[in-house]
Design a protein around this ligand. Structure first.
Ligand code: AMP
Length: 170
């Protein structure tokens, strides 16, 4: 996609030494590129094949909610600890730079049978794997993943037995 890559800025050694942080926030400062990106992500077969979307805190929410509206797919969220009320299902995971856990509301997960996971970036795949485990533990189907960026050298894709569709691979 024209211009998309130029809107992604790399910050070396952020948030920790050795990490080349890809800042995608420039994308939402260019509404033409953002619109084109959302149209492309929304028309992906992974989204089309799913009954609903799960977007991941926090940057996943930006793309997930726009895709949800464009593709007319309901959206659930996977959030970091202490953010969601109600009965939750929780899973721990390792990040490229740390450790965390994600939770989802059980009530929401009961409503739909198949899910597409949406996030800004695929690095090691730990975060997406965590959400995939939450879906599977709930007895539901993972249709696949849609991200804006895939970091090729970390080979996160190899962890999954479902499709991963990224708009740019760098
Ligand atoms: P991972 O679980 O390693 O695939 O990491 C993916 C999640 O962490 C995404 O939600 C990203 O927002 C964030 N992330 C991991 N590595 C980077 C990076 N190099 N640049 C920007 N975001 C990152």
């Amino acid at each position: 996609m024209k211009n998309l890559e130029s809107l992604i800025k790399t910050y070396n050694d952020f948030p920790k030494e050795g990490i080349a942080f890809k800042d995608i926030l420039g994308i939402i400062q260019d509404t033409e590129v953002f619109r084109e990106l959302i149209l492309k992500m929304s028309s992906n077969k992974v989204i089309k094949n799913s009954e609903a979307i799960i977007s991941i805190e926090a940057r996943g929410f930006i793309f997930g909610s726009a895709i949800s509206l464009q593709a007319s797919k309901p959206m659930l969220v996977a959030r970091k600890p202490g953010k969601l009320p109600g009965e939750l299902i929780q899973e721990n995971y390792h990040l490229e730079y740390g450790e965390n856990s994600l939770s989802m509301q059980k009530e929401g997960l009961k409503r739909f049978s198949s899910y597409a996971i949406v996030d800004d970036l695929l690095a090691t795949g730990g975060t997406i794997n965590c959400v995939a485990n939450l879906i599977k533990k709930s007895g539901k189907e993972v249709c696949g993943v849609v991200t804006v960026v895939e970091l090729l050298e970390l080979n996160g894709k190899s962890k999954f037995n479902f499709p991963v569709e990224s708009i740019i691979s760098i």
